[in-house]
Write a protein of this length. Structure first.
Length: 112
């Protein structure tokens, strides 16, 4: 999908006064990726892919594993700590690991 980020925990959500208690916070977007093409922005919080709730990065990983390249999906994000935004994307083959490794990561973060 072309994003990297961190799990949004209940404590983090409360500290940031977010309208959700869980999700996947986007900190990196690979240029030209499905996420980039769909319009995901830095600091978006992914909370749902199609009908699947995303409560942490592992949920995102599991969803992507089960949906092949070419699948059209709907991404629901919290934007600007208040808006629920729905975006459409089409999955592509995952970039080579070396490409994703170039994206900066925080400890405990994920690349998808």
């Amino acid at each position: 999908m072309g994003v990297g980020g961190v799990d949004i925990t209940r404590a983090l959500a409360q500290a940031l006064r977010l309208p959700v208690e869980w999700g996947f916070g986007v900190t990196v977007i690979a240029p030209g990726s499905p996420a980039d093409d769909a319009g995901i922005t830095l600091d978006d919080i992914i909370v749902q892919l199609d009908d699947t709730e995303i409560t942490r990065g592992q949920d995102l990983t599991d969803f992507l594993r089960d949906h092949p390249s070419g699948t059209a999906i709907t991404i629901t994000v919290v934007r600007d700590a208040r808006l629920l935004v729905t975006l459409d994307a089409t999955l592509t083959d995952r970039p080579a690991r070396a490409t994703m490794d170039l994206l900066p990561l925080l400890p405990g973060a994920y690349n998808m």
